[in-house]
Design a protein around this ligand. Sequence first.
Ligand code: C2E
Ligand code: CA
Ligand code: CA
Length: 270
Amino acid sequence: IYRNEDFEHYNRRMVINTALHNAVDDDFAGFEVYYQPIVDTKTYRLIGAEALMRFFMPDPDGGSPQFISPVEFIPLLEESGLIIPVGKWILEQSARQCAIWTKQIESFRINVNVSYIQVIKSDVLTDIMAAINDNGIKPYNIGIELTESGYLDSNPHFNELWSKLKDNGVVVVLDDFGTGYSSLNHIREMPLDIIKIDKCFIEHLGEDDFSDAFVKMVTELANTIGVHVCVEGVETDRQYAIIKKMGIYYIQGYFFDKPMCIESFEEKYI
Ligand code: C2E
Ligand code: CA
Ligand code: CA
């Protein structure tokens, strides 16, 4: 059965895919890295930032480029395998930026998201260590965010990567905690530094007993095994007030700032 929406959806994917391919061939033109501040909950000090990819798709008719959300283009990069070169590019960009910002704030850390495709299909560990060494920064200046996904975490590639990152002193962050399938026992066995509780639990803090109890319980468990908790998606005073009481180390969210371009980040924070 022909449906117009399906056809339009298919067409849009084709257009974005082609644009992504062209961008990679054209030395990553159209890709940009934005940075969102991560703040120490108690002292209110900036401790680092998460690097988030942006793609501005050129307009074939010469108009202004169109912003495409990473929620839409990251899966396309993963399907086509382009996430491997693009993922390497963002690692290099972030490490280079980190070398500049650590001149002002020595312990500054940039967290970079790594996709499971990079883990399975490329030598991402070598890329991470090369980005660190080539830019003369310390391994603790880089955090690697990997999304928990239950069955993948028990894949040998993943286990090896987690432990080697940790052995090398790179900060290991378990992203989107609470959305996948991992059991709480998992966090005890994994070599982790930071757990990022998914923003869907933060959205309803103070309104929904389950979210409150979940965040509190994960934080207490994490603290007993020496793992720090970061919450993302903090937007309001109410959420911040609740989080402050819970023993959570780091926060990230629109409450401080949205992800922003290098110039704005520097002006405001560095
Ligand atoms: P993520 O890793 O969970 O990143 C956090 C997302 O939450 C970002 O969305 C950020 O802009 C958003 N966010 C932060 N604070 C708030 C808040 O207070 N309220 C709300 N509503 N949202 C907030 P963004 O930048 O659209 O990225 C979406 C996802 O795309 C990321 O989720 C990540 O999974 C993926 N992504 C982005 N950049 C990269 C990358 O370089 N590599 C890979 N593999 N994935 C990436
Ligand atoms: Ca992330
Ligand atoms: Ca996340």
